[in-house]
Design a protein around this ligand. Structure first.
Ligand code: ATP
Length: 191
């Protein structure tokens, strides 16, 4: 039986923080693979303008090239509309029995506001990325209690910072894989 981790996000762009974390979660949780799923429209970032989904997906493909325990899926992009986690998990449940859905630390404390949180918890284990710098939990509800917190090898990189650095003409070496860096410059993203 295949145990998979689903890692959703905007990935605008994907960076080494995402990749190192995903590799670490796979080992800690003993998963066969991690599937990166870029959102079409994130429910949490409905008003934020993002780079085209095709560019975001292409950058993920370049970043994970040759890594046999990483995959990406265009499911949310092909579906279009707002990318709700419950829809994605229902879809992947058709193929995989054991699903672990990876979310950032802050997200678990807003999880009660997500669409169908009880059903999400029924279908998948929720893995929360805890960093050394994470503040203590602001509250504990049934979702926080059920979630599995994993302390990953954290590196403080954010996509926002990368976009701002490109805009200012600052180098982005070491923050993103080389091929992603070239892609960003070739297509003049974030300029
Ligand atoms: P932005 O700065 O545009 O908000 P981001 O870098 O936080 O983007 P997202 O694509 O929104 O990236 O994040 C996808 C997932 O990756 C989220 O669950 C987020 O918490 C997590 N994440 C983002 N950056 C890191 C990092 N440096 N280490 C570990 N997890 C991260």
């Amino acid at each position: 039986m295949s145990k998979v981790g689903l890692f959703g996000g905007t990935f605008d762009p994907i960076h080494h923080g995402h990749l190192i974390t995903a590799q670490s979660v796979r080992e800690i949780r003993n998963l066969d693979k991690i599937i990166f799923i870029p959102s079409y429209i994130s429910p949490h970032k409905k008003d934020v303008k993002t780079t085209s989904p095709e560019h975001r997906l292409n950058m993920i493909k370049l970043a994970i090239e040759g890594v046999d325990f990483f995959e990406c899926s265009d499911y949310e992009i092909s579906k279009g509309g707002v990318s709700y986690t419950i829809d994605t998990i229902r879809e992947f449940k058709k193929k995989y029995d054991h699903i672990e859905f990876i979310i950032g630390y802050d997200n678990i404390f807003k999880f009660h506001k997500w669409k169908d949180p009880d059903e999400i918890m029924k279908l998948a284990k929720i893995i929360v990325l805890k960093r050394k710098s994470s503040v203590p939990p602001p509250h504990e509800d049934k979702y926080v209690k059920q979630a599995i917190f994993v302390q990953t090898r954290g590196i403080e990189i954010s996509a926002t910072d990368i976009r701002e650095r490109v805009k200012k003409g600052l180098p982005i070496h070491f923050l993103v894989p080389e091929k992603v860096k070239e892609y960003i410059y070739n297509f003049n993203l974030y300029g």
